[in-house]
Write a protein that binds this ligand. Structure first.
Ligand code: BG6
Ligand code: MG
Length: 493
């Protein structure tokens, strides 16, 4: 078994009264959030590791926070006495519920999102009562009422989800349960119990579980003051030690994209945040660039060509409509333009118009020279290649190769996936998945650089990391927002 030491520290509080509550999470942008107690009400801190620490949200209750999650810009925090908050990304509390289940409060301890629904553990009654369970709060009924999902668990304290398996830590028996779900998230197999007494010790508070995308479980152990790493069968692989600290909050968060995890530890000298490396964490091997709007701008040329068609047909068309065509295939673009037509067009007519537009567009493309390439693009691609990163194009345009030739970049890429080899346009991930396949690299190991919201959606649907430039920076789904394409290199350090 390996021993891993947490090396970097960020000192948060001097005093022991600022112990951590039990909620920690990352958002999609690499910011870390943790619940802390203190004078007055508990609060959620936002930490941009290792720089700025600020109060993200004051929780207007004296309930002890015990679970925190983030999902697409929405935070959910639960308290030990059953309070549930939903918080937006500005830190504003959208709603707060005090009593979720008839007249009884749930004693919540941890929660996760599975798709849009929130699963939360509930240990009802006292700790030793074998009467805990898991509830689901359905997104469709606005998380109003809990639906019982699993009953009769023994003080479940932490939950994690990986592929179709749900992992639950049972504090009282210090066991780890594994439950297989089918595709509709119904229980498929009876759960088996994996006793992991050996390291934890009977009765040790086995709390937070975080699942890494490589299928390892990271589990924080309160009483014994450590974090253990298990495989999915419950076998211990490594142990994380925090020097000089013997008390650790039972919570941790993983930032796999960057390849590290954070633990909160406290003792008489206060509260510290500690960083440990995740071995075999997220390692990007390829960058897939969208073409139009990322390598160069063709917006004006598309506009000019479509405008000609629209004027010919007497259809209203402006720049704003043109913006909606970004990342969208030629035929789908035409459909958007025809929304303003006062008659129906047959398929044949549509095909003819699309072809005609392409004729105009190709003429305009002939005027493009290597100077059209955005600043920083060539040097970024060169630097990536020097780092051994594979580079590809993933574009909906059937003119991709023609454009690359015009700008003198046809030979720059290890793979070109474009409008000619796909049947589904973005936001479908097909064009990017094909690029990954051509490179023989797993989608999870690719980052997509996109200027269109549809492109960011496509990257995420393909399980890739999504870096947004231009307009796409508005997308909540983007993992990274780049002000300058050269910033892409920071993701590969
Ligand atoms: C995308 C552009 O790259 O390609 C879209 O962002 C365009 O605006 C699409 O509609 C299809 O392009 P083409 O060159 O095949 O007509
Ligand atoms: Mg684009």
């Amino acid at each position: 078994m390996n021993l891993i030491s947490a090396k970097e520290y960020l000192h948060l509080y001097d005093s022991e009264k600022h112990v951590s509550g039990e909620g920690t999470c990352f958002d999609g942008k690499g910011n870390f959030y943790c619940c802390v107690m203190g004078d007055g009400f508990p609060k959620i801190l936002k930490i941009d590791p290792w720089k700025n620490v600020s109060v993200f949200c004051e929780l207007s209750t004296d309930d002890i926070p015990c679970g925190l999650i983030e999902h697409q810009g929405r935070f959910c925090c639960c308290g030990l006495n059953g309070i549930l908050y939903v918080i937006d990304e500005e830190g504003t509390i959208l709603f707060k519920k005090e009593s979720l289940y008839q007249n009884r409060k749930l004693k919540m301890n941890d929660l996760i999102f599975i798709e849009d629904d929130i699963y939360l553990t509930d240990f009802r009654g006292d700790f030793l009562h074998p009467d805990g369970g898991i509830f689901i709060l359905k997104a469709e009924d606005n998380y109003e009422k809990p639906h019982l999902f699993l009953d009769g668990l023994c003080s479940p304290n932490g939950i994690a989800f990986h592929e179709n398996d749900l992992f639950i830590s049972e504090t009282t028996r210090a066991d780890l349960l594994r439950i297989s779900l089918d595709e509709d998230l119904q229980i498929k197999e009876e759960f088996g119990i994996m006793p992991i007494y050996s390291n934890v010790g009977k009765g040790g508070a086995l709390d937070s579980i975080k699942m890494s995308k490589n299928g390892f479980l990271y589990q924080a152990v309160m009483a014994a003051g450590k974090v253990i790493i298990l495989d999915r069968e419950g076998l211990e692989l490594a142990e994380i030690h925090v020097e000089g600290k013997n008390r650790m909050t039972p919570n941790l968060a993983l930032n796999e994209k960057e390849g590290y995890g954070l633990i909160l530890a406290f003792g008489t000298d206060g509260l510290d945040l500690m960083k440990f490396e995740i071995e075999g964490g997220f390692k990007m091997k390829a960058a897939i660039f969208d073409l139009d709007g990322v390598i160069l701008s063709t917006d004006d040329l598309h506009y000019e060509a479509w405008k000609k068609i629209a004027d010919q047909e007497g259809i209203y068309f402006d720049r704003e409509i043109n913006n909606r065509l970004r990342g969208v295939s030629r035929m789908a673009s035409l459909e958007i333009i025809l929304e303003n037509a006062d008659r129906e067009y047959s398929l044949e007519e549509k095909e003819k118009l699309a072809e005609e537009k392409n004729g105009y567009y190709r003429e305009l493309l002939k005027t493009i020279t290597p100077d059209a390439v955005f600043d920083g693009v060539r040097e970024t691609i060169d630097a990536l290649k020097k780092k051994g990163i594979r580079v590809a194009i993933g574009s909906s345009s059937k003119n991709t190769k023609f454009i690359l030739k015009q700008i003198g970049m046809l030979e720059e890429f290890d793979a070109i996936s474009d409008g000619n080899n796909i049947t589904h346009s973005k936001p479908d991930p097909e064009v990017f998945l094909k690029a990954a396949e051509m490179l023989d690299i797993e989608p999870e190991d690719c980052v997509v650089i996109e200027d269109a919201i549809a492109g960011i959606e496509a990257a995420k649907a393909g399980k890739m990391r999504a870096a947004a430039v231009g307009d796409a920076r508005k997308s909540k789904l983007a993992d990274d927002c780049l002000d300058d394409i050269r910033d892409l290199l920071n993701l590969f350090d």
